[in-house]
Design a protein around this ligand. Sequence first.
Ligand code: IPD
Length: 273
Amino acid sequence: MTASAQHSPAQLAQIAADVARLAGARILELRTRGVDVAAAKSSAVDIVTEADREAERLITAALLEARPEDGVVGEEGTGIEGTSGITWVIDPIDGTVNYLYNIPMYTVSIAATVPDALAYADGRRGIAAAVFNPSSDEIFTAFEGGGAQLNGIRISPTGNTELATSLVATGFGYTASRRAEQAEMASRLLPQVRDIRRLGSAANDLCMVASGRVDAYYEIGLKPWDYAAGALIATESGVAVIGKGDDEAPGEPFMFVAAPGVVEQLRSIVLGE
Ligand code: IPD
């Protein structure tokens, strides 16, 4: 990759994909040597491994080599301000608990974002993205206006218009109080849908909706690195990504993702309205 401040969204998506593959190969290699918890974060079950840290360093260095004037924000603490207007939002391993247990469902998530006070709660909007699962060698990519792809082939959601027959993915946070709240939401929803899936990587969940592997997804408490790439891939596939209210941007407080029509029903039930 040559250093340049001038890249189209399509080229940014290519950079995201190249770097995600690089990091994915490394975390897979590190996995074969065994994994230990390096530290706990928000609670004893919210963990970080040395592989998360190494992959975040690798991704940051590769992105800045290609785009030295950009900023980078990462789950494991990277916070570099840029001057180009583009900030990369990265999760080196989304699904760290799966990684620890060697469940082959963890992803590298990389998004190029621009400031947008209205689109998402964190004030940034993805314009190019890649989510890579190194275990399955599947890479989801998108850039604004370009649709969403899996391994280079255009993907689309299921088109299910009924919540009652929808397969709904969700995730849970790491603190007991957040989980108690999420358990109540899930118990309201479960009797009213086909079934629920908890696969352990929010970035992957968003790509599952985009590619029709589930009908819908919701979660509360997501961080920007969990959703920045996946949310662009979901919107580019044609589904709606909404927040708690029509005037509240999706993001950390709430994120509901499904076909228009279904997404509002999902929100009402989860919120107990
Ligand atoms: C977590 C995963 C999980 C979601 C959590 C996230 P991490 O990210 O995406 O599916 O439910 O909210 O924190 O900790 O594995 O990077």
